[in-house]
Write a protein that binds this ligand. Structure first.
Ligand code: EPZ
Length: 430
């Protein structure tokens, strides 16, 4: 199994191109199930989760072609992919595939809307918490679907003539269930109103793409979204928005190591809450014509408290990385996780690098230390793993991060991007 070896201590200086967002690309790819025309997505990141979803969509009948042209001539990161689903050949999403990636459960929305039925495996447990699917069941039921659980699967059936527009108020904000409601309601008869919808930029990106396909969605990006159902959707061409989590991760890395890095092709507004926290910690962040410039001062990190919240709050997907940054702050900070009940697996591993962190319920108290020392570490999820990478960059000596497959799920060419900025990072294949 691959490992990443890091020799810490170097500043980061240079340019990092930000990839298309994984968490936008996944629902956009799934939206291709809604039409028999071709959906073309530009700026699709080359990630393990994307490759897995391509396989899953193939099972349902989506024909995929990658045009091979590299959008960034010198980097070759992102791809333009054409998705065509003339007919849905299978409405079942099996356990073997859904259990590997929770987002694949979201096919339930388009399958139900287009074919009137779907049999989708329950996603099962997850390293960062239990992550149930009750909100999907309630939401789709509000559109007239019958939802039955049988043998670890959800059998969803639309009424004769298809789903019917309805009103649903989420008791809790869910990104995935909002995506599914947008897709399902786009092809329902009549108008759907979703209250307490997720406001994440990835939801807006999906709504924009669906509208380009002929959907009638208004209010995406606010808590109330209205969808007037249409009879059918057509193809479209859409560019995946930049990855705000990758942006925040590299900004935190620079704040921690010191240096001067331009994050190219990204947008401050996608993650202003998180970047304001990095500013308060002492980094200078300026908006430039090509993206963002981050200047970090390494040893002069100020302690900052953060609480994760649905967008526009501080994102849970940057919580581990921010905690990594705070391990070197000049004082005590607190990081509170409110989205997932078990998203602190990085704490023990950061401690192996010399961090001083104590947990009390959903809050971590971090007492900054003047230096971290490299060590072998591993993590059990994507964002936790990358927090160890950025801590390793700022640590003295050698850190090896194992279970690199977690990083490959969400960070495109991580070691190459960091190496180009002066870091000593290499992949070791055993
Ligand atoms: C999305 O997951 C992201 N994944 C996650 O990123 C991200 O952490 C999360 O949103 C929150 O921002 C993708 O976009 C692919 P939720 P999602 O439904 O949609 C509870 C990463 O590292 N809930 O918004 O699955 C749930 O348990 C990943 O890239 C229910 O209770 O998250 C959680 O506590 C990790 N019932 C909360 O809602 C439900 O039916 C928010 O989850 C659904 C969710």
């Amino acid at each position: 199994m691959d490992r990443i070896r890091i020799v810490g201590g170097n500043e980061l200086n240079g340019v990092i191109p930000i990839s298309g967002a994984k968490n936008a690309a996944l629902p956009l790819m799934i939206a291709s199930l809604l039409t028999s025309d071709t959906l073309t997505l530009e700026n699709v990141p080359h990630l393990a989760d994307v490759e897995l979803l391509l396989r899953i969509l193939g099972n349902h009948g989506v024909d995929v072609s990658v045009n091979g042209r590299r959008e960034r001539q010198d980097e070759g990161y992102s791809r333009t992919i054409h998705f065509t689903c003339r007919t849905i050949v299978d409405t079942t999403a099996p356990y073997e595939l859904v259990s590997k990636m929770r987002a694949s459960f979201w096919v339930i929305g388009p399958l139900l809307a287009r074919e009137g039925r779907a049999r989708v495996s329950l996603p099962g447990g997850c390293a960062i918490g239990t992550r149930p699917v009750d909100l999907f069941i309630e939401g789709l039921t509000a559109l007239g679907a019958t939802m039955e659980i049988d043998g670890g699967y959800i059998n969803a059936t639309a009424p004769k003539g298809g789903l019917i527009g309805g009103t649903y108020t989420f008791p809790k904000v869910s990104v995935g269930a909002t995506h599914v409601m947008l897709m399902a309601a786009s092809l329902a008869r009549g108008t759907t109103v979703i209250n307490n919808a997720a406001r994440e930029p990835e939801v807006v990106d999906l709504a924009n793409c669906l509208n380009a396909m002929g959907a009638k969605i208004s209010g995406a990006g606010t808590s109330t979204i209205t969808i007037e159902g249409v009879h059918s959707l057509s193809g479209a061409r859409h560019r995946v928005l930049p990855d705000r989590i990758e942006t925040g991760t590299y900004a935190m890395a620079v704040a921690m190591t010191g240096g001067d890095v331009t994050l190219e092709g990204t947008d401050f507004a996608l993650l202003d809450t998180a970047l304001e926290a990095v500013r308060r910690a002492g980094a200078e962040i300026t908006v430039t014509p090509s993206g963002l410039r981050v200047v970090g001062h390494g040893n002069a990190i100020r302690p900052v408290d953060v609480v994760t919240e649905p967008y526009p709050g501080f994102p849970t997907d940057l919580q581990a990385q921010f905690m990594g940054l705070m391990t070197r702050a000049n004082g005590v900070s607190h990081v509170t996780e409110t989205i997932f009940e078990n998203r602190f697996m990085h704490v023990q591993e950061l401690a192996r690098l010399g961090a001083r962190i104590t947990l009390s319920g959903q809050t971590a108290r971090i007492e900054g230390v003047s230096r971290l020392r490299g060590a072998p570490v591993m993590a059990t999820d994507l964002r936790a793993s990358v927090s160890l990478v950025i801590a390793g960059l700022a640590a003295e000596g050698e850190t090896t991060v194992s279970r690199v497959y977690h990083l490959d799920r969400g960070f495109e060419r991580l070691e190459e991007k960091l190496t180009r900025c002066g870091a000593v990072v290499e992949r070791i294949t055993d």
